[in-house]
Design a protein around this ligand. Sequence first.
Ligand code: C5P
Length: 238
Amino acid sequence: MSHDIALRERLIVALDMPTVEEAARLVAQLGDGVTFYKVGLELLFAGGLDFAQHLKSHGKRVFLDMKLLDIGNTVERAVANAADFGVDFLTVHGHDLKTLHAAVVGRANSPLKLLAVTVLTNLSSDDLKQQGSSMSPSDLVLHRARMAREAGFDGVIASGQEAHKIRAAVGPNFLIVTPGIRLEGSAMDDQERVMTPEHAIRSGADHIVVGRPITQADDPRAAALAFLQHIRDAMSLN
Ligand code: C5P
């Protein structure tokens, strides 16, 4: 875990909502408690890009979860435009070095941080076999994390269960951003491999991504503050 990230920035709230109006309402409710937001595919198709810029102009940090994958030239140009757009984190599928290198060239000298999606957490060994890979999901995650690091990426998206192995394989100064976070005893929703914020941070995660436990809470602000307290507790034990 990198120690130079402000505590508040370690919590990234996923704005998985159908409309910008709902996202804006939530951001207003969360107020100063939350400084980092993830805008993903659902909101992107409902005005999410403009909303990402609105968040940036109000001093928030923004993670654009685009999960890019295309030929090198297209990835390079898309990343160059995303870098000009001014977001903080951008995801690219980390399947091959050509894509990773193209993204790094596109990013050039901008402060945009590139995160590789290693293996989606909903894919099992059977799904990977179907794709023609004989590697286990966890071996493939490690392989792709090493490749992302070698290509000059800033980090990976990984489940909390993989965070420890990735940290051991790639060392410090490489971001591990972990979704699938739940507090002890709370609803799993459709997530399978969940982890508490304490466990994720102590396994080496730098940031945790939390959606429904905050966005659908009766009191989202109180829920966000509870997550921050759990992160604080985990860091004081590290
Ligand atoms: O609502 P919940 O906390 O489960 O949301 C988790 C967020 O992280 C969602 O935006 C989801 O798309 C994202 N995510 C994930 N698993 C991955 C990659 C991203 O749950 N492997």
